[in-house]
Design a protein around this ligand. Structure first.
Ligand SMILES: [Ca+2]
Length: 245
């Protein structure tokens, strides 16, 4: 395991109504953003009027995980950070938690506040989550869509993926789409690299995804041969982005 970064300090602030407030996580710094725009400290103060502080602490979150977590192994609580965000249509924030256990190791959880005030685990994956951000697009009537970027891999492989996820009307945290952002592996004595990105067309509800594949030298990472780019289009059908044929 690599040296762990110190615990990131997260402000227990939640967004309300259409204003989304979250903590921008960066090493040794805390910033706030609203709808993707960075806020100055002055603007941040103004937003406290629409936010609630629920007083959730790291110790409380660890306790929930000890009691409700699915994994038999120990969790690496030194790498835990969390953020309160209202991911659905009710008035209460949910708590998104990630444990950074190394480059490719980690855990991801969502806890939902119950009517008796307790928090219930509603989603868990052994994912190393690099970031979670609200998307600037969503289908009509859909809860906010989050881009959750995960990183997996091991010896000779490094994969970064984007999961577009949301809370459906039944309270199930749902993956609407998953795509590769970067996939580097060793194949036939060379690196094989795939780089991808997506964009949503809010005029017609189509999700575009492009991917470029190429080979590179193991010695100096320089490209060998031609690259190949492909494009796919996805439509939202029953809450998931399905490839258009
Ligand atoms: Ca909620």
């Amino acid at each position: 395991m690599k040296v762990k970064r110190s615990l990131r300090v997260l402000l227990p602030i939640l967004g309300a109504c259409t204003i989304f407030v979250g903590t921008a996580v960066a090493s040794n710094s805390v910033g706030l953003f609203v709808n993707g725009k960075a806020l100055s400290p002055k603007e941040t103060k103004l937003d406290h009027s629409v936010n609630i502080q629920t007083g959730i602490t790291k110790d409380m979150v660890e306790d929930w995980i000890r009691k409700q977590g699915n994994e038999k192994r120990d969790y690496y609580f030194d790498g835990l950070s969390f953020e309160e965000m209202n991911v659905d249509g009710d008035s209460e924030p949910e708590v998104l938690v990630r444990i950074d256990g190394g480059v490719h190791l980690g855990d991801f959880f969502i806890f939902d506040k119950q009517s008796n005030g307790s928090y219930k685990l509603i989603f868990e994956k052994p994912w190393h989550v690099e970031s979670w951000n609200i998307e600037n697009f969503r289908a009509d009537g859909m809860n906010p869509l989050f881009n959750i970027v995960t990183r997996t891999g091991g010896t000779d492989a490094d994969v970064r993926e984007s999961h577009l996820m949301y809370m459906n009307d039944s309270g199930v945290w749902t993956e609407a789409w998953k795509g590769t952002l970067k996939d580097r592996s060793v194949f036939q004595g060379k690196y094989h690299v795939a780089m991808g990105s997506y964009q949503f067309n809010d005029d017609n509800g189509e999700l575009f995804y492009w991917q470029t594949e190429m080979d590179a030298s193991l010695e100096d990472n320089k490209q060998e041969g031609d690259s190949k780019t492909t494009m796919k289009i996805f439509n939202l059908q029953q809450g998931k982005f399905i490839e258009k044929k």
